[in-house]
Design a binder for this molecule. Sequence first.
Ligand SMILES: *Cc1c(COP(=O)(O)O)cnc(C)c1O
Ligand SMILES: [Zn+2]
Length: 392
Amino acid sequence: MPSTLTHLECSRPGCGRTFDYSQPQNLCSACKAPLLARYDLAKAKRTFTLEALRGRIASMWRYEEVMLPGPPVTLGEGKTPLLQAPRLGDHLGLARLYIKEEGQNPTNSFKARGLSAAVTMAKRLGIGTIALPTAGNAGGAAAAYAAHAGLRCVIAMPSDTPAAIILECRAFGADVHLIDGLISDCGAFIAGNAAANGWYEVSTLKEPYRIEGKKTMGYELWEELDGTLPDVIVYPTGGGVGLIGMWKAFEELEAMGLIGSARPRMIAAQAEGCAPIVRAFQQHAPASVMWENATTVAAGLRVPKPLGDFLILADVYASGGEAVAVSDSELMSACVEMARLEGILGAPEGGAGLAVIQALVERGKLASDDTVVLFNTGSGYKYVEAWQAALL
Ligand SMILES: *Cc1c(COP(=O)(O)O)cnc(C)c1O
Ligand SMILES: [Zn+2]
């Protein structure tokens, strides 16, 4: 069954403007909020069942009714393992701890999901050059999918991005600009040069399709847990695309009659050196305030003011979840524990998620029989500098 994509819709409550997906789109032209892809779910539900999925392609493109129209630009992203983590679970006092191992994606992070989707639509729309600011892995993924699709790719990233990531962007033939600053400075560089150069911006949530790739993590959990959802999802949060995306997947699943109204508690894990969502959560605020002088080894979490902050916070609140920050030394110690107890060399961002689980267990916020899914969002093999420092 082909995609049932119908239109794009503004995500701002009360705006509701709609847009045509057969044209390149960025933010809502009226209120500057991110746009969300909408599908004919009444039609999709006729063929979208657990049984029907069984024989399909082993990538995120298996969810074709609720995915973008292809042909997909794919390197085999998604369908990552949901691993049981019994030794780590014993150590923490959690009987049902799982790790969603996103480090096994192409270019070794879950950014592959979003960029596969974004590049698929860019190619379909006849775009020649994509451009984006990145704190790291999004650049590597964009460069890889652009190479695969035959598009040009312009990337702006902080000059202190992990060396392996800068190297892969260059290897994939991207035009790499190293900026002495944060992702927000890189964003200003791309936004300031895009129009004059004819670049199409695929910055986080500034184009509508990366979220469609990342929402497949929610579909995969549902499928892997045999039509159920976990009690708790711990998500290392930078721009929050995956958290917003999984929440969107759960809404689509409910609209198709495949789950009820219960949701997992969504836990946003951040680093103490850049925790705008945690600070907003503690103040019960609907949006975040720019975090000054952001610094953390978890490069993907170094997002001082996420564009979709109001969506992240709304989903965390609605789920009865939490937003918690940990220090760089806590998150790297957690990485070492994950490695020694489970054989997974995690990204520092994944370590942040694990350290947050430890903190929540200590505060009595997780029950020993809760089904808890930790997202290890990337591979530690791309963070050699951070790992070397942690093992000294
Ligand atoms: C980008 C990134 C994150 C944050 O992802 P968002 O969906 O933007 O919040 C977390 N971990 C890693 C490894 C990343 O590359
Ligand atoms: Zn709007």
